[in-house]
Ligand binder design. Sequence first.
Ligand code: THU
Length: 137
Amino acid sequence: MPQTKTPDPALMAAAAEIRPRAYAPYSGFAVGAALRGADGQIYQGVNVENAAYPQGTCAEAGAISAMIAAGCHEILEVAVIADSPVPVAPCGGCRQKLREFSKDEVLITMATTRGTSQAILSMADILPGAFVKSAME
Ligand code: THU
């Protein structure tokens, strides 16, 4: 799909800024995420791991919690960054969590601290056939 928007560098900077606060003693893989809400604000999150491994949460989930706690319910853009050889793709669970608050056209940029990035314009591209609340109407 052709890109009609370009990634906001301030959003990726916010994801990179928060990344060192990740709590990732088990994987050693610190992730930073930032969302631009429809209110214009930036919401940041980091992964928070747990000794009971499945209880850990992803950076995207933390950023979504910050946005919802601030009273904003719509995501306009997403940035995720980690120190990885390839750009970090949001996990399946996070794709579903992001979809809850995103229209289809949402720019999702994944980057590495090593300098590469990849941008995807559409939620449908990363979560085709998503289960959405309209399915329950
Ligand atoms: N992780 C994220 O926070 N976001 C992603 O998009 C991928 C994975 C975290 C979960 C776990 O703490 C660590 O990275 C290794 O999987």
